[in-house]
Design a protein around this ligand. Structure first.
Ligand code: LIP
Length: 279
């Protein structure tokens, strides 16, 4: 059993408790919406926005109670949500939480069971604990820095695949049409060199699937910190290399998660295809 700092375990325990309650809220709000949009004439899209915001506020309020003095970065409220928890500039504790209240927004809109609450804890700028909870199925992936990665408490490791041509590769696309056009070109160039592609629609879950070997590798351009903070830790703790291009940290230009044997050939194709380019 890999050892992890007791503080990391405490942060993970808090993250899991908060993520479970947040996932319940997301699921409940969707169920209520589906039944109510008919009479209220509100659009389901409005409900998605309302749920995103409600879940993030719930996370912020719970963190304020459980972890006063910490900072928070969230998809819906940005660093402003830190007002609810602590000063964004520099949390007294050195801990900043990073939350995506509902990752997989379009899946949530359609009722496809691939949407998640993603919550990570950063200590002095390094993610040390993270949880990704599929709010539709209850599947939960967790990790602490140096403590390994788990799916519902079961240890997980990434793929043992060594041949890119036999690899199932996950990816995703932005919302902007110009970016999607460029990403389609990258996909066209990559597809002949891999077994197949999967597009699930939630980066945090894609990273967990790669961590468990359900897909062999994953890449995507345009991800925000809340999309990948928790999932990247889970993937790294499962033995994957998680980086951007040319040794950069994972971020907006590119996130690649792959086993050590697949990372170099996948990276080479993505560089050749200018995968971080375009809009
Ligand atoms: C989603 C990402 C996914 C990407 C989607 C979308 P959202 O985040 O998790 O990887 O391909 O286009 O950006 O918007 O559902 O929180």
């Amino acid at each position: 059993m890999q050892q992890t700092s007791p503080d990391f375990r405490d942060l993970l325990k808090t993250a899991v408790e908060i993520a479970r309650r947040a996932a319940e809220t997301a699921s409940r709000m969707r169920a209520e919406a589906v039944s109510s949009t008919i009479d209220t004439k509100s659009t389901v899209t409005d409900v998605v926005t309302a749920a995103d915001r409600a879940v993030e506020r719930q996370v912020a309020e719970e963190l304020r109670t459980l972890r006063p003095g910490d900072a928070l970065l969230g998809e819906e409220y940005g660093e402003n949500a830190a007002d609810a928890v602590g000063s964004a500039a520099g949390a007294a504790s050195g801990v900043r939480w990073i939350v995506d209240p509902i990752d997989g927004t379009v899946n949530y809109l359609y009722g496809l069971p691939q949407y998640a609450v993603s919550l990570a804890a950063e200590l002095d700028g390094v993610v040390v604990a993270g949880v990704v909870r599929n709010a539709a199925t209850g599947d939960e992936w967790t990790a602490t820095l140096g403590g390994g990665a788990f799916h519902d408490g079961r240890p997980i490791r990434g793929s043992a695949q060594t041949d890119l041509a036999q690899s199932l590769v996950g990816t995703g696309f932005g919302y902007d049409a110009a970016r999607r056009l460029h990403q389609a070109g990258v996909l066209t160039g990559l597809l002949p060199h891999v077994r197949d592609i999967r597009r699930w629609g939630a980066a945090s879950l894609d990273l967990c699937f790669a961590a468990e070997g359900l897909i062999d590798a994953y890449y995507e351009k345009g991800l925000n910190p809340w999309d990948h903070a928790a999932g990247a830790l889970i993937a790294r703790e499962a033995g994957l290399t998680v980086e951007g291009l040319n040794g950069a940290a994972p971020g907006l230009p590119m996130v690649i998660a792959a086993p050590p044997a697949l990372f170099p050939p996948l990276h080479a194709h993505l560089v050749t295809l200018n995968a971080s380019g375009g809009a």
